[in-house]
Design a protein. Structure first.
Length: 232
């Protein structure tokens, strides 16, 4: 299991544990990693905004604060199908696997009548998405961005030249139906755009990024905007 997937699974286990919480030792056994790794994962979840509480001592552990739980979800069948379409046509987007898992959770909590109507409508939509890059490569890229660690990539440029580079990830961008990793390239000592589809291999290093900012990337493509759930 890749780290991004494990982080999601840990947050789900913490959510299910409720007020009881779950110990680091139990999490370590569940995911077959060390307690030290679990504690690093908990730190990563907290840094990403998860509201995690901890209780020290015998019988202690970790849990998710009540404020971290989603309230009851109420969607129309067409809204539910719109979410399915969005993740289906964006299979190569960053964190697409987690998006699909999120949609499945939303579908699970819909009332049976709405879910049935949504399923019926979903069968009337076909999507033909091209194959995406390998799951291992995408997972490494996503983890490096989330944790702000230097990423080592094997990259083939448009002219066919293949190089190995260390990159400090700054942001993901989608333009002209292509996803790019934009980051500070230590080989070129400059900001560079890397087409994700041309990243053949990626490994997360233990080196922390130095804090290059989005402003250093320059002007965004026309009509580009940050991803968020608001209309403003």
């Amino acid at each position: 299991m890749k780290r991004a997937e494990r982080l999601h699974a840990i947050s789900e286990m913490l959510r299910r544990s409720g007020a009881r919480g779950v110990s680091a030792e139990r999490l370590a056994r569940e995911f077959e990693v060390s307690v030290r790794t679990i504690k690093r994962d908990i730190d990563a979840l907290e840094n990403s905004g998860a509201s995690i509480w901890s209780r020290p001592g015998p019988g202690g552990g970790y849990g998710l604060a009540k404020s971290a739980f989603l309230p009851p979800v109420s969607l129309s069948p067409t809204q539910a199908v719109a979410l399915m379409v969005a993740v289906s046509v964006s299979a190569d987007a960053p964190y697409a696997d987690l998006a699909r898992a999120g949609v499945r959770k939303i579908m699970d909590v819909l009332d049976p009548k709405t879910r049935k109507r949504a399923d019926e409508l979903a069968h009337r939509l076909w999507v033909n998405s091209p194959p995406s890059s390998s799951r291992a490569t995408r997972s490494a890229i996503e983890t490096a961005m989330t944790e702000q660690k230097v990423l080592r990539i094997r990259y083939t440029s448009r002219d066919g030249t293949t190089t190995t580079r260390d990159v400090e990830p700054v942001l993901f961008a989608s333009t002209n139906c292509q996803w790019y990793l934009i980051g500070w390239c230590l080989l070129r000592d400059a900001m560079r755009w890397f087409a994700v589809s041309r990243i053949e291999r990626a490994t997360v290093t233990m080196t922390a990024c130095r804090g290059h900012t989005i402003q250093e990337v320059g002007e965004p493509p026309m009509h580009a905007r940050p991803v968020h759930g608001r209309n403003d």
